[in-house]
Design a protein around this ligand. Structure first.
Ligand SMILES: *Cc1c(COP(=O)(O)O)cnc(C)c1O
Length: 408
């Protein structure tokens, strides 16, 4: 596929006009289909990044295109002064397939978590005491970039440098149940965690840890919040990851794959917890927007099918087999992390801190990958990527690895 492009829009413009909080790759993607992306020059890339675990059905999946197109000719936006059919449909789907009874829609993972944290504080204050405000979170966790969510997140590099932080938030090591035991008390309103830490390096919660935290939350009347923004919506092989642990949260947040590329997020909770909310306590202009929810409905129905979910473990196995071939040749990885197609390959001692070198070089060889922290390569492809695309992308990645390694 080639494009006649006179390049009126070039990558240089980014450096002049966009707030410099990102350093995107040098090419500009202009088209995507399935697990392939093309740039302005018609160069084709294999996409193992999936827009950071967002494009769970690849680019321009026909079901999503159809839903967006049909809704775009009906109704775009009405605000929450009015409700709309797609929002109610999507809410029912989420409720029918999870522990939840109530849904709040927003537009991003951070906003869903912001709503979850405000709800947990409000619930504890209304139901128990104005002093029940402590939030327990974990090191290396990531919950978004609003000021409350970076403060709750366990990575100081994202929360320092903005002045006084919201108070009464404590961080303890992930998977350390004794550390939670030591700090949880009657003043704790919530424990928040990612069942698989996404940005923080793809560490999975241990089953004992999740079971133990659930029991502690029950003992101290604290709400358990699962941030499944990255690990939910099929990514790890079940609709939500908590199903695999048999541990049910009080609040769950979803975003990323929920809209398959259209911005939408949701906070799910129980009837009991939602009972403290009333009109005016929290809100959003765009949340539950009909366009977003129509796409969300199509994404939900497509992802939540045996056809998609049943293939995920085999695709993970193929990814690991291909990575292991590269590892045999170049001695690069110390372990594979994550679950399902939230897959990490941790660089061994020799390449610690060098993840970015591998992904930058990978784009030169026409394959898109991610990092999670500085020493884990992250693969979050479409859940319906073909075996052929996995093999082809891995062959390109192997060439990139060879080049990076030859420079050492
Ligand atoms: C991406 C992410 C967020 C933030 O989502 P945004 O849509 O960027 O606000 C929150 N939590 C987790 C676990 C994430 O991976």
């Amino acid at each position: 596929m080639t494009y006649k492009n006179n390049h009126l829009i070039t990558r240089d413009i980014f450096d002049k006009v966009i707030l410099p909080v990102y350093a995107p790759a040098q090419f500009i993607p202009v088209k995507g289909k399935g697990s392939r992306v093309w740039d302005q020059d018609g160069e084709e890339y294999i996409d193992f990044a999936g827009g950071i675990a967002v494009n769970a059905l690849g680019h321009c999946h026909p079901n999503l295109v159809k839903a967006l197109h049909e809704q775009s000719e009906k109704l775009w936006h009405v605000s929450n002064v009015f409700t709309n059919e797609p929002a109610l449909q999507l809410a029912k789907k989420l409720i029918d397939h999870t522990f939840a009874d109530r849904v709040f829609f927003a537009n991003s993972g951070a906003e869903a978590n912001e709503a979850a944290l405000k709800l947990a504080r409000h619930y504890a204050i209304e139901k128990y005491s104005p002093y029940k405000t402590k939030i327990i979170s974990f090191t290396h966790s990531f919950h978004g970039r609003t000021f409350f969510t970076v403060s709750v997140g366990g990575q100081a590099k994202y929360s320092d440098g903005f002045g006084p932080k919201p108070a009464d938030i404590v961080h303890v090591p992930f998977n350390d149940l004794d550390a939670v035991k030591a700090i949880i008390d009657d003043h704790t309103c919530a424990v928040i965690l990612e069942p698989v830490q996404g940005e923080g390096g793809l560490t999975c919660a241990t089953p004992e840890f999740l079971t133990g935290v659930r029991a502690l939350c029950d003992e101290f009347n604290a709400l358990l919040i699962f941030d499944e923004v990255q690990c939910g919506m099929g990514r790890t092989g079940t609709l939500f990851t908590y199903e695999q642990y048999g541990v049910t949260p009080d609040i769950l947040t979803s975003a990323k794959a929920l809209g398959g590329g259209f911005p939408i997020s949701a906070m799910l909770t129980t009837e009991a917890v939602s009972s403290v909310m009333h009109p005016g306590v929290h809100g959003t202009t765009y949340g539950g927007n009909p366009l977003a929810c129509a796409v969300g409905c199509a994404a939900f129905d497509t992802i939540n099918s045996d056809e998609v979910l049943a293939g995920i473990y085999a695709k993970r196995a193929l990814f690991i087999a291909e990575l292991e071939k590269i590892n045999q040749q170049f001695d690069l990885f110390s372990q594979y992390k994550g679950k399902g197609l939230l897959l990490g390959a941790e660089l061994n001692a020799k390449y610690q801190g060098k993840a970015r070198d591998f992904l930058n070089t990978a784009t030169q060889f026409k394959v898109m990958i991610l990092n999670a922290g500085t020493s884990v390569l992250r693969f979050t492809p479409s859940l319906v990527i073909s075996d052929q695309e996995i093999k082809e992308g891995m062959a390109r990645f192997a060439s990139a690895v060879k080049k990076v390694i030859s420079a050492y």
